[in-house]
Write a protein of this length. Sequence first.
Length: 132
Amino acid sequence: MSTVKLIEYEEASAEVRAVYDDIMRVRKIDWVNNFWKSLANHPGTLKRTWENLKATMGEGELDPMFKEMIYIAVSTANSCEYCIHSHTAAARAKGMNAAMHGELMQVIAMASATNALAIGMQVRVDDVFKAG
C-alpha cells in the first residue's frame, strides 16, 4: 500500500500533467505508472526525477538494455520490489530474453555472495586495483 496518494492524470495540476505527457511521449505509452503518480505529490521532485532519469537512461555509450539490466541489479541489491519489476519489464521490452535474465540473476547472486565475504573478512584492497 502506498504511503502517499496516487495523483491520477485527471486530477493533476498543469505542471504535473506536463511531466506525465512527457513521460508518455518519451516512453511511447498511454499511461503513467504508480511511481510517477506517487512523486506527483511534490511536483518539483517529480519533474527533477523525471529529467534526471531521462538523461541517465537516454542515449549514451551504454546500450539501453544494458542500462536497464544495471538498474535491475542495483534495485535487487536495494531490495526495491517496484524497481525490480519496472526495470525487468523495460529490459524485456528492449530485448532481454529469459536466458539473459537468468545470467543476470546469477551475476547478482555471485556479486552479493562475494561482497559479503569481502566485507565480512575486511579484505584489504590490492594496490593494483587502486591504480587505475
